[in-house]
Design a protein around this ligand. Structure first.
Ligand SMILES: [Zn+2]
Length: 364
């Protein structure tokens, strides 16, 4: 498993660089082909190609299970030179090792073990490896949703949480909105009465919006970026804020979007434009609970006490759960430090996690 992980990490596959991403995708395609999977390369113009692998032993069936993940990473080409792949004290380090290349390797070994042990499979298995999860999944979302609709369950190989490898049974919905304010410029000294200050309007709106935060319910709205004005002595003509939106519940997501889009100007004459909203709907626990119970009981047979966690960040599991398809996320590697120089996995956990996935695929 570590040899394969090394090869995969050495093939840097940043979301924003098509040629290297395609090489990583091609390597994965070869690995599945070698093991008898039916491989489809879903070619993309801008982003790396997506990879779909179908395995339907003894002829195709009606129903399928979906194993979902992404092979892109947040690290640009060349990151390996300062963050090399290395194994030390039972941990493997390197760009994308935890998020989520070790998860892909575990899935490959789960697949291989089902074949080698001739475990009877009652549903088609579909593995989907996408290239743009780290940048919002614009090119893969429709493909993910189409596969999910045909599936009885979705297993997401995103990293687990903490040293105990907690799987993720709920995730916040995540969005981004732009709030653009247009005022009217005027000389700040000669005729201030003629101006409408867009920065003052934006500040007032942000003060209003800030009160919508409800940490107990997990509803958050945060101005992450603000800009505005043209120059000193001039009453600001325009101002702009980028807002981060999050919620645990679908109902809260809708309420927050509605509130945001019905904002009215506070200063007379100011104009507001609001765009954007939630990109990923919440993954609510009700869509994960049954699969988690199954996973927990399987893990017990492997000698692992499997726990669960809620995550404030989104993944492609948000899309599949929002369709009402049972989804279990965070089934991937055990480790820490995603998106940081300390990114690593705990090597001895890889076989357990592969076994857990294999058993789920054989029994759900
Ligand atoms: Zn990820």
């Amino acid at each position: 498993m570590l040899d394969l992980l090394r090869e995969l990490v050495l093939l840097e596959s940043p979301s924003l660089e098509k040629a290297p991403a395609d090489r990583g995708c091609g390597f994965l395609a070869d690995q599945w082909l070698l093991r008898g999977g039916l491989v489809h390369l879903l070619k993309q113009e801008q982003r790396g190609n997506h990879l779909r692998v179908i395995w339907s032993p003894n002829g195709s069936r009606q129903r399928q299970l979906l194993v979902l993940g992404h092979y892109d990473t947040v690290y640009p080409t060349g990151t390996l030179s300062r963050m090399p792949f290395r194994i030390s004290s039972g941990k493997a380090y390197g760009p994308g090792v935890f998020d989520m290349k070790a998860g892909i390797v575990q899935a490959l070994f789960a697949f291989e073990s089902l074949q080698q042990l001739k475990i009877p499979i009652t549903k088609n298995l579909v593995f989907l490896w996408t290239s743009d999860e780290e940048i919002g999944s614009q090119s893969s979302r429709k493909i993910i949703e189409a596969e999910a609709r045909r599936s009885d369950a979705v297993f997401v190989l995103e990293p687990s949480l903490g040293s105990r490898g907690l799987v993720k049974t709920s995730r916040k919905g995540v969005g981004q909105a732009e709030l653009i304010v247009r005022g009217r410029p005027a000389h700040a000294g000669l005729e201030p009465e003629k101006g409408i200050n867009a920065i003052h309007e934006l500040s007032a709106q942000i003060a209003r919006i800030e009160k919508w935060n409800n940490l107990r319910r997990g509803v958050t709205i945060n101005a992450d970026i603000v800009s505005g004005g043209t120059r000193a002595n001039v009453i600001a003509e325009q101002a702009h804020a980028t807002l981060d939106l999050r919620a645990w519940r679908t109902s809260d997501m809708h309420a927050l979007e509605k509130r945001l889009h019905s904002l009215k100007p506070i200063h007379k004459g100011a104009k507001l434009e609001i765009t954007g909203g939630f990109d990923r709907p919440p993954m609510e626990r009700k869509h994960s609970a049954a699969l988690f119970a199954r996973a927990k009981s399987i893990a017990k047979q492997i000698g692992v006490n499997l726990g669960e966690a809620a995550a404030g960040g989104g993944s492609d599991g948000n899309f599949t759960a929002a369709l009402g398809i049972p989804t279990l996320d965070g089934l991937g590697a055990v480790g820490d430090g995603a998106h940081s120089p300390n990114e690593h996995i705990v090597t001895k956990t890889m076989p357990h996690r592969a076994a857990l996935l294999a058993a789920l695929l054989a029994t759900v």
